[in-house]
Design a protein around this ligand. Structure first.
Ligand SMILES: Nc1ncnc2c1ncn2[C@@H]1O[C@H](COP(=O)(O)OP(=O)(O)OP(=O)(O)O)[C@@H](O)[C@H]1O
Length: 265
């Protein structure tokens, strides 16, 4: 049945020259939840994300945001309707300060296009909210720092503040801990845990301990299809999930759910 989640996907399919990367996916993202998409390499997670955000057009299927079909709309429209994406997509400008980045995002209707006017008026108007958002992601002290001067984890926090500037109804996080050391991973988990309050989050994440700490619901994709969906503890103990990960051709160790290797021994 359609319309069960704030974001509901029905029969979503995407072919690339005859190859089916996403295969009749159904998904319900409940309002206020953190919903993780996981799966072995090539499972279709990125393609699904690109479909949800309008970066790719579906071959078939529907994407309902609060009952309204947004499938096939361009990314700017999708963002304006309230589906915003952070990480691995935002380009930061080396010389602009953290505050200027967020102020620019606040004045941009979609958050995707940057208009290059850094007027005093613009800054005056948006600085209070920009500073609130920077404080929310732990960057209050670094508001004046140019993006270039921020360490990797801080850059990602800034990207998150930029996405939050859109006041999204659904926030999509694309591998928020990718490429991070343990300390930054911990900090990022705390950060996402903090900003999730009152928000709805869809997360693609390879690190299953991060998924376990953040997600209310986990959907496991395999070969473009939904393999299993449920709470983390249930999903990670599921035989089908363990087999899918261990059978993956590229069995990167960090892609194997915690518990899967133990259970398989
Ligand atoms: N533009 C494209 N043209 C052709 N095939 C594509 C294209 N984009 C993705 N694919 C294929 O679709 C399948 C799913 O890819 P996708 O990147 O969505 O998987 P993923 O789960 O995000 O993988 P990873 O965890 O490695 O990022 C893969 O087999 C991939 O080769």
């Amino acid at each position: 049945m359609a319309g069960q989640g704030l974001l509901s996907v029905r029969g979503l399919t995407r072919d690339f020259r005859g190859f089916r990367a996403v295969d009749r996916v159904d998904l319900d993202v409940a309002a206020g939840s953190v919903h993780a998409l996981v799966g072995p390499n090539g499972a279709g997670k990125t393609t699904l994300f690109n479909l949800l955000t309008g970066f790719l057009r579906p071959t078939a299927g529907r994407i309902l945001l609060d009952g309204r079909d947004i499938a096939g709309l361009p990314p700017e429209r999708v963002a304006r309707l309230g589906v915003a994406r952070s990480f691995q997509i935002t380009s930061l400008f080396p010389q602009l300060s953290a505050r200027e980045h967020v102020a620019l995002a606040l004045q941009s209707p979609s958050g995707l296009g940057w208009r290059f006017w850094r007027s005093a008026t613009l800054m005056r108007r948006y600085t209070p909210r920009a500073d609130e958002l920077l404080a929310e992601v732990g960057l209050a002290e670094l508001a004046d720092a140019p993006a270039d001067a921020l360490a990797y984890g801080r850059k990602r926090a800034l990207e998150l503040a930029i996405a939050l500037a859109l006041d999204p109804r659904v926030l999509l996080l694309d591998e928020p801990t990718a490429g991070m050391g343990l300390e930054d991973v911990d900090r990022t988990v705390e950060l996402v845990d903090r900003v999730r309050a009152g928000r709805t989050v869809v997360l693609v994440e390879h690190n299953m301990s991060v998924v376990g700490r953040l997600a209310d619901t986990v959907t496991v994709l395999q070969a473009g299809k939904v393999l299993v969906e449920g709470p983390y503890q249930q999903v990670r103990a599921d035989e089908r999930v363990i087999t899918a990960y261990l059978g993956a051709t590229d069995a990167a160790t960090d892609a194997v759910p915690h518990g899967a290797t133990d259970a398989a021994r």
